[in-house]
Ligand binder design. Structure first.
Ligand code: IMP
Ligand code: MG
Length: 173
């Protein structure tokens, strides 16, 4: 166990407060599947609780991207395998992802959303591993900075397992 469910819940509430201070309530949330589905579902409810009287809340959409060879220095190609349904043109977009590692996925997503005419793009990640960045990208909101270990749970997987864990854990041999 690296981060307990309680600690995650506290931090998600704090993040929602930070986001509410900085961004308008009618943002377009672009959640990157599959890893961010748990984080996104907690975050949207926390956003409501942070600003319950907002007349227009966020809208939510999903996008799936696959990255290939992201552990090698030379490769790291990113592809869309499931695109957004909604238009992002003219919108204040908040991209939600589970973890920022090389940054290739988020750099790609950010560029894509901007190329489609988004008014602004901000990024929130639950986790960040420092010192692993291959693309020039930073998140505007970060839940936790973690050591360089492979983590699972709260949406994050190993071979598509462990996503259901309510906490963030490290697999030990
Ligand atoms: P990157 O920032 O483009 O390298 O990609 C980050 C993506 O790799 C995340 O969205 C996760 O899907 C995956 N990933 C990176 N580190 C981990 C980890 O420790 N556990 C599970 N998935 C991870
Ligand atoms: Mg992912």
């Amino acid at each position: 166990m690296l981060i307990t469910a309680d600690k995650i819940a506290t931090r998600v509430t704090e993040l929602a407060g930070e986001i509410t201070k900085k961004l308008p309530p009618d943002i377009m949330i672009v959640s990157l599947l599959r890893g961010s589905f748990v984080f996104t579902s907690d975050l949207v409810r926390a956003l409501h609780l942070a600003n319950p009287s907002a007349t227009t809340g966020p809208q939510v959409d999903f996008m799936t991207m696959a990255s290939y060879g992201s552990n090698t220095v030379s490769s790291g190609r990113v592809e869309i395998t499931r695109d957004l349904t909604e238009k992002v043109e003219g919108r204040d977009v908040l991209i939600v992802d589970d973890i920022l590692e090389s940054g290739r996925t988020l750099a790609f997503a950010r560029k894509l959303v901007l190329s489609r005419g988004a008014k602004s793009v901000h990024i929130v990640v639950l986790l960040e591993k420092p010192g692993k960045r291959k693309a020039e990208i930073d998140a505007d909101f970060v839940g936790f900075t973690i050591p360089d270990k492979f983590v699972v749970g709260y949406g994050l997987d190993y071979a598509n397992y462990y996503r259901e864990l309510p906490y963030i854990g490290v697999i030990s041999a």
